[in-house]
Write a protein that binds this ligand. Structure first.
Ligand code: KG4
Ligand code: ZN
Length: 332
């Protein structure tokens, strides 16, 4: 089954064709990121106007890239929430119109859940020849961790891809948002995650420490306090010659990565679950990847991350997850 997915929840406009929920035939992403950089964050009005311009182009490219025509599309899938309302409206209206014109079913998908599902996608031709399975590539149950610009959430996926139970989330800022705000404080540009990730690698042996509120006895996170701690530290010290921006970035990142790792591994243990699936833009972070892998391996937990391009917003993850909720229709 070929599903054409559409994703327009933030600043990306993406269309993809995924076969049988796993095999990416094409995944085209156009971003308006550059236009937002001078404002230090995404401007919804700019994002949705660009999406109106790009949506048709990326869809045609996705069909061409997959080598299929409209009659070969079995169903459409679109991100329905969460996201910027103007941006979501572009994708949902476009997908609805296509579904109506082609008389093909439309499946609505939750963006956060799709980030976790990105772990099940492949471009491998060998894997494509093997029999497909409706259960996806991982045996469930699994714990899902979404770390993105808008969310930091833990889910339990018990036995099928239709049911995600939210078991923990941030009480204030999302982790990606904290990265972006700290980068702004340190004058590192937008988005902050990739630049802090790179800069932190160049810092060695600093004694500087920040801490995240541990929120004991819960599965929740908090990143607003550490952002404020970095702000106060920077206001006092940033102009001093001995103050290193790389060390501030590294101290922030170490604390955030420790908080996410500890809580995620703890949740897996309490759920007696051996699989942790990580997704979202911050899943591209090198320190988070290596720490979750090493702590997971010590605890006997297999930790999985999508390939780097699939950590970011893309339509393949939407088309992939839709395969498992098809043919249910309507608002998730
Ligand atoms: O999932 P995503 O593409 O969009 C949302 O759904 O929010 O995530 C974007 C977020 C941004 O906050 C960006 O700073 C962060 O992901 N990010 C990173 C890295 N690459 C992107 N954060 C930390 N380290 C990275 N390497
Ligand atoms: Zn996202």
């Amino acid at each position: 089954m070929n599903i054409l997915g559409i994703e327009t929840s933030c600043d990306e406009t993406s269309a993809a064709v995924v076969r049988d929920g796993r095999f990416i035939l094409s995944n085209v992403v156009a971003s308006s990121l550059k236009e937002h950089q001078k404002y230090g964050g995404v401007i919804p009005e700019i994002a949705s106007r660009r999406q109106l311009e790009y949506i048709n182009i990326v869809t045609v490219k996705a069909l061409d890239g997959a080598g299929i025509g409209l009659p070969d599309v079995d169903a459409l899938a679109v991100t329905i929430k969460p996201g910027l309302i103007g941006s979501l409206l572009v994708g949902v209206s476009f997908a609805n119109a296509m579904s109506f014109a082609l008389r093909k079913p439309l499946v609505t998908v939750n963006h956060i859940q799709a980030h976790i599902y990105a772990n099940c996608l492949t471009t491998s031709v060998r894997a494509r020849r093997r029999a497909s399975s409706r259960s996806g590539c991982f045996s469930l149950p699994a714990v899902g961790l979404v770390v993105s610009g808008g969310h930091t959430s833990l889910f339990f996926i018990a036995d099928d891809w239709r049911t995600f139970s939210l078991i923990g989330e941030t009480r204030d800022d999302a982790v990606g948002e904290a990265y972006d705000k700290v980068a702004r404080i340190l004058d590192l540009g937008y988005p902050g995650g990739p630049v802090i990730d790179k800069l932190a690698r160049s810092a060695t042996g600093s004694k500087l420490r920040f801490s995240c509120a541990p929120l004991p006895g819960t599965n929740d996170f908090s990143f607003s306090g550490i952002k404020t701690a970095v702000l106060y530290y920077a206001q006092k010290n940033i102009t001093k010659p001995e103050c290193s921006v790389a060390e501030v970035a590294a101290a922030f990142q170490t604390s955030v990565v420790n908080a996410i790792t500890d809580k995620s591994i703890e949740v897996c243990k309490s759920k007696k679950c051996k699989t942790l699936l990580v997704g979202g833009g911050v899943a591209a972070n090198s320190a988070l990847r290596s720490q979750l892998l090493s702590h997971g391996s010590k605890a006997g937990i297999r930790v999985h991350f999508p390939a780097l391009p699939l950590c970011m917003d893309n339509a393949a993850m939407v088309a992939g997850l839709a395969f498992h909720t098809f043919p249910s229709r309507g608002i998730n």
